[in-house]
Design a protein around this ligand. Structure first.
Ligand SMILES: [Zn+2]
Length: 80
């Protein structure tokens, strides 16, 4: 997998935690596989991961737990 930005180094596989929104509610996917360019930081979602995200967002997958964390919202909704 090559970086679309034309970096000379190959992209690496990494496992990340991502928040997506399903019907306006946040859902967390842990251990999601992504390709990351070590040079410029560009991230790309492998097809396998894209399908997984789709499954979760379409409600085809049951959650394995609940996740809660502090929310930081530097810009209040409706301001500025
Ligand atoms: Zn790159």
């Amino acid at each position: 997998m090559e970086c679309p930005n034309g970096c000379p180094v190959p992209m690496k596989t990494a496992r990340v935690e991502r928040i997506y929104y399903r019907a306006g509610k946040p859902v967390v996917i842990r251990g999601l596989e992504v390709y990351v360019c070590p040079e410029c930081g560009f991230e790309s979602l492998p097809l396998r991961s894209a399908r997984l995200v789709e499954k979760v967002l379409n409600g085809y997958m049951e959650p394995t737990g609940l996740f809660s964390a502090p929310l930081f919202q530097p810009v209040p909704v409706g301001a500025g």
